[in-house]
Design a protein around this ligand. Structure first.
Ligand SMILES: [Zn+2]
Length: 310
């Protein structure tokens, strides 16, 4: 047995779980349940909705007379808040269940970098998505999945797969979801900043709703990829495993984009200006909680099955 090495860092392995070898320390971390993750996720969604409510009310009551550079700056600052709130919640969770997570900020920044250097230029300047995607329903659905969905989800996947994934910092069953969510929020933050700048500043009250919707959606669908990444790291999986996971995330991403358009207004507008943005927020919150809940439940079930077979 001693000639086998642990799949996390190459130490001598002592046990096999899911057809992979682990040392004593990493067989524990790979099967660790994080009972706080679900509670923190619910609090996080509530926190984001409260944030939207506060900004919306302030905008309504105070009517801040912002124009030009001031308006753009205020929009950019607002765009940073969802990721900031997530980080705060993440570190609260980390205090309850301490675990070094040195790469969290790095993966977040990598997601942001890939969005601005690759994702947005591809969608806007190579595929010119805004010129054709709302031509008809079939085009909207297929374009949202096959072009926008796959580009976004692949880049968020890459931000995790080619950074923290091979390292010893990726050693828990929930790490795939946590790191992928960080990449998703990095991506969302850049999308939101780009939206503010492209419009030369935005109405703060209504655009803050859009920002949180984008953050929730990008984080949720990245979470699906993260689940598949996590299981690929700790178990032997067939060649189609990761392409399948990425496709699920891309389909979810595309369908969400299309359905949100239907829910928020008749006919979709690229600027996100909409007749009922609150319905979009409700939809995004439900999708985020459902997706995260399902993922965390699957992880827990998988851990228990692996432990039972050990
Ligand atoms: Zn090990």
């Amino acid at each position: 047995m001693s000639d086998q090495v642990c799949c996390i860092r190459g130490d001598p392995a002592s046990s096999m779980i899911g057809k992979r070898w682990f040392c004593g320390k990493h067989s524990q971390s790979a099967t660790r349940e994080r009972p706080h993750t679900w509670r923190i996720s619910i609090l996080l969604v509530v926190g984001l909705v409260v944030f939207v409510g506060i900004v919306y009310m302030l905008d309504l009551v105070l009517h801040p007379a912002l124009t030009g550079a001031g308006l753009i700056l205020a929009g950019v600052l607002l765009a940073l808040v969802p990721a900031f709130i997530w980080l705060v919640f993440f570190y609260i969770q980390d205090r309850l269940e301490p675990e070094p997570k040195g790469y969290i900020l790095g993966v977040f920044l990598l997601g942001a970098l890939l969005a601005s250097a690759v994702g947005i230029p591809l969608v806007d300047n190579i595929f010119h998505v805004s010129k054709w995607i709302y031509a008809d329903t079939a085009t909207t659905i297929l374009g949202s999945i096959l072009v926008v969905g796959f580009i976004q989800e692949f880049l968020k996947y890459a931000a995790v797969r080619y950074s923290v994934y091979p390292s010893a910092e990726f050693d828990e069953a929930t790490d795939g979801v946590i790191y992928a969510t960080a990449a998703g929020l990095g991506y969302a933050t850049v999308l939101n900043i780009q939206f503010v700048i492209a419009n030369g500043g935005v109405a703060l009250g209504s655009s803050v709703i859009r920002m949180v919707v984008v953050a929730l959606a990008q984080a949720s669908f990245a979470g699906i990829t993260g689940y598949f990444l996590g299981r690929a790291r700790f178990e032997k999986k067939p060649w189609w495993w990761m392409p399948f996971g990425l496709s699920l995330a891309a389909v979810g991403n595309g369908l969400f984009n299309w359905l949100r358009g239907l829910i928020v207004q008749r006919g979709v507008s690229l600027t996100g200006a909409s007749t009922n943005p609150w319905m979009g927020l409700v939809f995004a919150s439900v999708v985020a909680l459902f997706t995260l809940g399902l993922i965390l439940w699957l992880i827990r079930r998988n851990i228990r099955t692996a432990l039972a077979e050990k």
